[in-house]
Design a protein around this ligand. Structure first.
Ligand code: URA
Length: 436
């Protein structure tokens, strides 16, 4: 390890064998953490080149089990988001895509920090199993076209070890390290085609379009060097996505999108993103030949109840009671305290800061500060307005779902600070900022 650290420190390119050694060392724990941490800091300051990143990605994928999905009905796709506040698109996108004839197989992570994780959202559903084995995943995907599971410790274990050290050493925000981390898990999970949503804004890793676009280009380029077919959409994450932020609340909103045609503007914005991601994925996977046709097919699946039927099949297959879709309030946990937060001024909403809303939800107990923290699935925040809305003083902007009055009061203060008003009309960011 000593010579690898020195080479990286001096900006000398690594060989493929050296990166294999590094990945194996991280996976086996055969070097002290301080040496791996020193290499990570050197790699943060002297970024890996694209060939080195592709080598590291493959080397990390090879450190654990490789899921073999060969034989599944094609095309099969994996959908991934880099994570954002209120981002529950997976819960709606997967059933729409499966209802449109794609096979969707996905491994998801837990939330850390302000960006939530699909595992946590689905674990708020009683009985929902997020521990399917690779064989169970494959059998379920073959039968109903859809399967999701949490990541096992044996999937790209080098990433698990390196990510924990990155988190502790302020080296998460390095494009080559993020790219190798995300893609190594996709490759180990058996993906061939990956549809990626790179989030951009205050509620995401990537705060500016430049950063998000850079990451998107790298994900596509390195993915292709590693033999994956990759499509990337860059989408706005400056205000919360949809209305709900918090695990069970987000499941309720996903159900609302699949069961109701008329939804409030906050929810309509979330639904619009789901349909756009589906249309782009149907086109990219080769399932449909035109964007307009793909859009119509996706809308049809959602609006005519086919996605809902698929979602019921999916939830039942993974152990949940599909009656959840008819009576979500009976089946999902709910918080004892509900408190409305009203606008303290009138005017046009210039900002509903996604990061501040995400932090308020963590403070309520709905997210993690540290890996391994327990979360309360019932708590969270409902957002009732979108940026650009004209509001009057006293109008309800948020509903807090809390486990105690004190927690609700703290959240109210943070949420008031998340909002900015303007006397002038405000044009919100468009939802889709770019594609790669
Ligand atoms: N998600 C990952 O899986 N890895 C990163 O490094 C960042 C986001």
């Amino acid at each position: 390890m000593h010579s690898l650290i020195a080479k990286r420190r001096d900006g000398v390119e690594h060989t493929q064998d050296e990166l294999r050694f590094l990945a194996q060392t991280a996976a086996k724990g055969s070097a002290p953490d301080y040496q791996l941490a020193a290499w990570l800091m050197a790699a943060y300051l002297r970024e890996l080149g694209s060939l080195e990143t592709a080598w590291l990605t493959m080397a990390m994928a090879e450190t654990g089990e490789r899921v073999d999905l060969a034989g599944l009905p094609k095309p099969w796709v994996d959908k991934h988001s880099t994570g954002g506040v209120g981002d529950k698109t997976t819960l709606v996108v997967l059933p729409i895509l499966a209802a449109c004839g794609l096979t969707v197989v996905k491994m998801s992570g837990r939330g850390l920090g302000i960006t939530g994780g699909t595992v946590d959202k689905l674990e708020s559903v009683p009985g929902f199993r997020m521990d399917l084995t690779p064989a169970e995943m494959k059998a379920q995907a073959e039968e109903i076209g859809i399967a999701i599971t949490g990541q096992t410790a044996n999937l790209a274990p080098a990433d698990g070890a390196l990510y924990a050290l990155r988190d502790a050493t302020a080296t998460v925000e390095s494009t080559p390290l993020i790219v190798s981390s995300i893609l190594s898990k996709k490759i180990a999970g058996g993906a061939e085609m990956v549809s990626l949503d790179v989030k951009c804004g205050s509620g995401a890793f990537m705060k500016t379009f430049q950063q998000a676009n850079h990451l998107a280009g790298w994900l596509k380029g390195i993915g292709e060097q590693c033999g994956l077919k990759v499509h990337v959409v860059i989408t706005d994450m400056d205000q919360p996505l949809g209305s709900a932020v918090g695990n069970a609340l987000e499941v309720r909103e996903a159900i609302q999108v699949m069961t109701e045609k008329r939804v409030p503007p906050t929810v309509a914005r979330f639904r619009a993103l789901c349909l756009e991601l589906c249309a782009q994925t149907l086109l990219f996977s080769g399932k449909l030949a035109s964007k307009a046709g793909a859009r119509t097919v996706a809308e049809d699946a959602l609006m005519k109840g086919k996605a809902l039927a698929k979602a019921k099949e999916w939830f039942a297959a993974q152990g949940a009671n599909p009656a959840l879709f008819d009576e979500p309030d009976t089946h999902l946990p709910s918080a004892p305290i509900k408190r409305q937060v009203a606008a303290n001024l009138g005017g046009h909403l210039a900002q509903i800061a996604a990061d501040a809303v995400g932090r308020a939800v963590i403070d309520l107990g709905g997210g993690r500060r540290n890996k391994g923290d327990r979360i309360d699935p019932a708590v969270g925040v409902e957002v009732h307005a979108v940026v650009g809305d004209e509001v009057t003083s006293g109008q309800a902007l948020f509903t807090i779902h809390a486990s105690s009055d004190e927690a609700a009061l703290r959240a109210e203060k943070s949420l008031q600070e998340a909002v900015k008003y303007s006397e002038d009309e405000v044009t919100p960011h468009t939802l889709v900022l770019g594609t790669r």
